[in-house]
Design a protein around this ligand. Structure first.
Ligand code: PEP
Length: 251
């Protein structure tokens, strides 16, 4: 089954308005020929509008790095899906390991965010992945399965068309250590199998599963050649237009 690749850049807490506009314009300029793949930028909330404006005539999409489940209300410090859309965003990343680890977001909260994001029709990227300790204790599959089951609780089959899963082993994020293509493929195939069990084969076949964790120009081609790797969620290398441009143009 051929799935359209998705290359997503998570800018984390980087870029002021001027940096963001330059970076987005540079990336958009490298995406004029990408009809066979999707590209998504997830800048900080503060520059979402400006980045949306800069890329408006390109095929590049914009999304947020997190989202609240409510449309509006007393949720100090949060951003609603309606606000993301109002700023030109069409997607949201949920459950990034930095949200889980630094801000103690648990599976129940992540599920709330995910369902809120889907309710407002955002393309929703659910991040899952084990820590080094969990991998060393042979708990990778158990941890990933639980994150998927809890993260997708209450999600209907029809909504799965808007879900993307990103497998990001925590030990590979920002460390320069990439999972080998075999390690990544093994977990991706496992995720697809679990989705088939939870939903049905056609949904599992259509689901895009991204790999994240030190994706760089020199490892993207090998990773993308794996059967169940449908794209990449990129942190560090997404802040450099040349590197990200090369990753977008994986071969
Ligand atoms: C990420 O933050 O999702 C990520 C994968 O970061 P990096 O590419 O820097 O490892």
């Amino acid at each position: 089954m051929k799935r359209k690749a998705l290359i997503a850049g998570n800018w984390k807490m980087h870029t002021t308005v001027m940096d963001a506009c330059h970076l987005a314009a540079d990336i958009a300029g490298r995406c004029t020929d990408i009809s066979d793949r999707d590209v998504l930028l997830a800048p900080p909330f503060t520059v979402l509008s400006e980045v949306s404006h800069v890329i408006r005539e390109s095929p590049v999409m914009v999304g947020s790095q997190n989202v609240c489940w409510e449309e509006k209300g007393a949720f100090t410090g949060e951003i609603s899906p309606v606000m993301v859309k109002d700023a030109g965003g069409g997607a949201a990343i949920i459950g990034h390991s930095e949200r889980r680890q630094i801000f103690h977001e648990d599976d129940a909260l992540i599920n709330k965010r995910l369902r809120g994001s889907l309710k407002f029709d955002l393309l929703t990227i659910l991040c899952v992945g084990e820590t080094l300790e969990e991998r060393e204790e042979n708990k990778t599959f158990e941890v990933v399965e639980e994150q998927i089951r809890s993260g997708l609780a209450g999600v209907g089959a029809a909504q799965m068309a808007k879900v993307v899963i990103a497998y990001e082993p925590v030990w590979a994020i920002g460390t320069g250590k990439t999972a080998t293509k075999e390690q990544a493929q093994e977990v991706h195939a496992f995720i697809r199998n679990r989705i088939e069990t939870m939903f049905e084969k056609s949904i599992a076949d259509q689901l895009r599963i991204l790999y994240g964790g030190s994706v760089k120009p020199d490892n993207v081609d090998d990773l993308m050649a794996q059967q169940d790797i449908d794209g990449a969620l990129v942190g560090g290398a997404a802040l450099d237009a040349e590197s990200f441009g090369r990753i977008i143009h994986f071969r």
